[in-house]
Design a protein around this ligand. Structure first.
Ligand code: DX5
Ligand code: ZN
Length: 211
């Protein structure tokens, strides 16, 4: 079984003291998850590459693009911070997934496709060979603090059965209980925002996720 990696989502952090917030979890985490939202692909707006540029993190950055036409912005995110090590974009947001995967990889960054809860696994089958990881949304993208959708678990299982070495990231509604469900289904990267940043003891919260 693959090692479980924990990626705290800064969506639930205090943006006014972002680097302090990141420092408070980086020691215990494997990655720092950056949720980029444009108010168009999703109803909410967060931040862009200029903010990612200012992030100081001891751990690699995992950038989740929830934006329309991601192909227009790959270079900006790939170059803004040397800690960027993973970039995912939504399959529902582009007509050029192959081109984007190649562009991300050409920057020496791991490429991932993210899919919303209603998007079937088979839509990413044609890209599996080229992908470094898949991000499976376990809530509707747009906001932190939502309830984990158990209906997505069979999709994670399906992907894991098909690709034993693929990194599968579960994103949304992750807590100690749902982390177990997601990892049992086959996810090996867990994104958690409100559960970690809302905890009094962040170290303990992270430990609870790995079981
Ligand atoms: C939602 C984001 C998630 C979100 C997770 O659109 O992609 O990364 O921040 O937050 P929680 O853990 O609170 O569901
Ligand atoms: Zn995310």
């Amino acid at each position: 079984m693959k090692k479980i990696l924990i990626a705290p989502s800064i969506l639930s952090a205090d943006f006014g003291k972002l680097n302090e917030e990141i420092a408070s979890v980086a020691k215990y985490a494997d990655l720092i998850h950056c949720d980029v939202m444009d108010g168009c692909f999703v109803p909410n707006i967060t931040f862009g590459n200029e903010v990612v540029k200012c992030i100081k993190s001891a751990k690699p950055l995992d950038v989740h693009l929830m934006i329309v036409k991601p192909e227009k912005h790959i270079e900006a995110f790939a170059k803004c911070n040397e800690k960027v090590s993973m970039i995912s974009f939504h399959l529902e947001a582009t007509k050029q997934p192959k081109k984007i995967i190649k562009e991300i990889k050409d920057f020496g960054i791991k490429a991932g496709i993210a899919i919303k809860p209603e998007t079937p696994a088979k839509k990413i089958f044609p890209f599996l060979k080229e992908l470094d990881f898949v991000l499976v949304m376990t809530v509707e993208p747009g906001f932190g603090g939502q309830k984990f959708m158990q209906s997505v678990l069979p999709k994670i299982k399906e992907l894991r059965e098909l690709a034993s070495e693929l990194d599968i990231e579960a994103d949304g509604g992750i807590n100690a209980k749902t982390a177990k469900l997601a990892t049992e289904a086959g996810a090996n990267i867990l994104v958690a925002g409100s559960y970690i940043f809302g905890a009094k003891d962040k170290k303990k919260a992270i430990e609870m996720l790995t079981g």
